[in-house]
Design a protein around this ligand. Structure first.
Ligand code: UDX
Length: 458
């Protein structure tokens, strides 16, 4: 079959692969290839068990794979063959050198830029999809323009706003798609080529075009604003617990103001995931770099409140369970950073489990999707940890339940049955406010929600 366009995605992770899968599904006349240097990951994308759990994604992969969607490890050959290249490699927070713990680690990104330069025999459009510090496009342009004169590159910024667990719907029906480019003749032509891809399934009004720096910065700012809402409501949850107010009632009353809006106002144990903390720290680093310490401090406080919320949760467990956890068995219900994903990156459950182990508690971890990642995260921890997928078996013989992930299944568990199998007095710490607190109290639990009065018999 002769394809109308050939598109390449470099990086088969949580962002790159689903984005490319959606393009393949919506544009059957385009050939879409996804490459990654990790052969196991590519093998998994070519198998029946995909490397990421994302509701609805399997069905689309089954429909498109081998037809116009291909997964490969041959990065160099694919660069040669494709004219439109999405760069979706990971950009984790730097763990070494200048900006360690804050700035983005761009080594994979720069390696990719050089690979594109070395393997390009024709001109190409290179699209940044990974979240990057602003002005990365400029560095990308500089690397790409250091080569042969007869090959030219247009760099675009097309940040991805999809969230994990809802990737399919977010990609199919995004609030908006953002495309930034240079405002030169060839930059605008490249922009138009990318707009054309998205208009295959989206109305033109949903596609925002801008200059390239605005596009890069908007991604960081969108994540910072979302995380800031979570930290704002979590900070108020601490006050609610002191003032006998109920955080759900406050969030509802505040969120019904149409200027504020109801979303992202759920109090809990804090945000996790690969983006929020990384992007805010990135923003903080940029502000410091540009000599804006006040702005940096403002955004840094969003991360501080997130840490405070997790420490508060642990302190509450310790205090409520008579100031000792040594030898007690705690069942951690949920390890993923949110429901409907197996991803545990920056999950609050990691920090909280470590603290439980430091108190010499025995921890039983349960999760429907994230146990393999949990075991990898905790591989070097000392102490007693076990992994039990079935929540009833996990809770049996425990002194306390700590709900860490908002899995729908945890709302509907038979808490009476669980209560019967636990050591008494039994404690329930609901880090996501998803359990029916009154009912669990009536069953016999001592219940500690977030941002609401505790229901206890002491
Ligand atoms: C986020 C952004 O939403 C997405 O646009 C961007 O592309 C990537 O980062 P994601 O990390 O997948 O997506 O998850 P998201 O749904 O935003 O949740 C982030 C964290 O905040 C989770 O730990 C979640 O549990 C928490 N959260 C979210 C709350 O605690 N309360 C809320 O009200 C909302």
């Amino acid at each position: 079959m002769k394809f109308k366009k050939k598109i390449l995605g470099i990086g088969a992770g949580y962002v790159g692969a689903p984005s490319m899968v959606m393009i393949a599904s919506k544009c059957p006349d385009y050939k879409v290839t996804v490459v990654d240097i990790n052969p196991e990951r590519i093998a998994a994308w070519n198998s029946d068990r995909l490397p990421v759990y994302e509701p609805g994604l399997d069905a689309i992969v089954r429909k498109t794979r081998g037809r116009n969607l291909f997964f490969s490890t041959d990065v160099e050959a694919q660069i040669q063959e494709n004219d439109i290249i999405f760069v979706c490699v990971n950009t984790p927070t730097k763990t070494f050198g200048a900006g360690a713990g804050m700035a983005a680690d761009l080594q994979y990104w720069e390696k990719t830029a050089r690979q594109i330069l070395e393997n390009s025999k024709t001109s190409k459009i290179v699209i940044e999809k990974s979240t990057l510090p602003i002005k990365t496009a400029q560095a990308m342009e500089r690397i790409l323009s250091s080569g042969k004169k007869n090959v030219s590159f247009d760099v675009l910024s097309n940040p991805e706003f999809m969230a994990e667990g809802t990737a399919v719907n977010d990609l199919e029906n995004p609030d908006r798609v953002l495309i930034g480019s240079r405002e030169t003749k060839s930059g605008l032509a490249a922009r138009a080529a990318l707009v054309e891809i998205y208009t295959r399934w989206l109305p033109r009004e949903k596609i925002i075009t801008s200059n390239i720096w605005s596009a890069e910065l908007s991604k960081l700012v969108a994540n910072a604003f979302l995380a800031q809402r979570v930290s704002s409501i979590n900070s108020i949850s601490a006050l609610c617990e002191k003032a006998d107010a109920d955080i759900s009632e406050v969030a509802h009353a505040v969120g019904t103001d149409s200027r504020i809006g109801a979303k992202f106002l759920k109090a809990g144990i804090g945000f996790g995931g690969s983006c929020f903390k990384k992007d805010i720290l990135n923003l903080v680093y940029l502000c410091r770099f540009y000599g804006l310490p006040e702005v940096a401090a403002y955004w840094e406080s969003v991360v501080r409140i997130n840490e405070y919320q997790q420490d508060r949760f642990i302190a509450n467990i310790l205090r409520s369970m008579f100031n000792t956890l040594a030898g007690k068995k705690i069942c951690v219900l949920g390890f993923a950073f949110k429901a409907d994903t197996g991803d545990t990156r920056e999950s609050p459950a990691i920090h909280i489990t470590r603290k439980l182990l430091a108190e010499h508690a025995e921890v039983v971890i349960s999760d429907p999707q994230a146990l393999a990642n949990a075991a990898a995260d905790l591989a070097h921890e000392k102490g007693k940890i076990s992994y039990v997928e079935d929540p009833y078996r996990a809770a049996a013989g425990c002194h306390a339940l700590a709900v860490m992930t908002d899995w729908e299944a945890y709302r509907k568990l038979d808490y009476r049955k669980i209560y019967k199998s636990m050591v008494k007095p039994a404690f329930l710490f609901d880090g996501r406010n998803i359990v029916d607190h009154r009912k669990c109290f009536e069953i016999g639990f001592n219940v500690f929600p977030i941002g609401k009065p505790a229901l206890t018999r002491f």
